[in-house]
Design a protein. Structure first.
Length: 287
């Protein structure tokens, strides 16, 4: 038994982010809710004619290696106008010849993009996503975020990408110590809780874990510093945006200066986000 005494109701329009340390049971909960894992007790009741979409990294291997992105989509909607299919695939960075290449030549990130595109195209009522943006670059993560913001169904999301969580969910559920409960607070408060919980675990495991604990602490400090840097960049970007739009006396020379500064800040933020994602993945690995 991984989780017990879980009581949960999913309703149309719900946007739930699952929080919890690596190995706490988030993926197990999602697999149980989708029906992929059988219940050991209790019951799961599904609405009549409910369409469920489920994305997890292991599902990437279920793609037909000989079929292209366009072929996969045609199989789902054989009567759909092909240009409409190509336009949709283009929003997931499959355009031109790329849309007709066999998926066996795709990278992990490309397979993830295609799997997500196929899910979203089918417009399920309820979408379960387990780390959907792993291996995706910053532009594609932004595209996925926008696609989910425009998605009208319910979403249950597991992700260490806090910007995706913030943009696409409005309720948090904490999975911890074999239980689930609402998390009252924002993602900054969850980060503090997670870091404190890791510190408590390090202390309780004794001297034999000192070396690994130091490694975790070093990575945690890096994650914290990068988060603080990203917050500062967001604040400065907001200030620049206000200067560009709200200053009635802004002349062309100063406008160009502000615009150049905006570009610099966006580039710096992109690099910081990439570094934060890498550090966060390293932290999960050592935990």
């Amino acid at each position: 038994v991984v989780l017990s005494n879980v009581t949960l109701r999913l309703s149309p329009g719900d946007r739930i982010g699952l929080l919890g340390a690596n190995g706490s049971g988030k993926s197990t909960l999602i697999k149980t809710l989708t029906g992929e894992l059988p219940l050991l007790g209790g019951k799961r009741t599904q609405a009549k004619d409910l369409r469920i979409g489920y994305f997890a990294q292991h599902q990437l291997e279920q793609l037909d290696p000989d079929a292209s992105a366009l072929t996969h989509l045609v199989r789902l909607s054989p009567n759909e106008n092909q240009q409409a299919l190509r336009n949709f695939l283009g929003s997931f960075a499959f355009s031109g010849d790329h849309a007709t290449r066999p998926s066996q030549h795709f990278s992990g990130g490309e397979k993830a993009r295609l799997s997500l595109a196929l899910l979203i195209w089918q417009k399920p009522h309820l979408l379960f996503l387990d780390e959907p943006t792993n291996h995706l670059d910053i532009n594609m993560r932004n595209a996925i975020s926008l696609a989910l913001q425009g998605y009208e169904g319910a979403v249950v999301l597991v992700s260490h990408d806090r910007y995706l969580l913030r943009a696409t969910t409005d309720t948090f559920l904490l999975v911890n110590d074999g239980k689930t409960k609402p998390f009252v607070g924002d993602l900054e408060q969850y980060r503090d809780w997670l870091l404190m919980d890791t510190d408590r675990n390090e202390v309780s495991q004794g001297d034999k874990q000192v070396s690994q604990g130091k490694q975790r602490r070093s990575i945690k400090n890096k994650v914290r510093n990068l988060e603080q840097k990203m917050e500062r960049l967001h604040v400065e970007l907001a200030d620049v945006a206000r200067a560009l739009t709200d200053d009635p006396d802004l002349d062309e020379q100063n406008w160009r200066i502000w615009l150049s500064r905006q570009t610099e800040l966006r580039n710096a933020l992109e690099k910081a986000e990439e570094a934060w994602l890498t550090a966060s993945e390293s932290l999960e690995a050592v935990e």
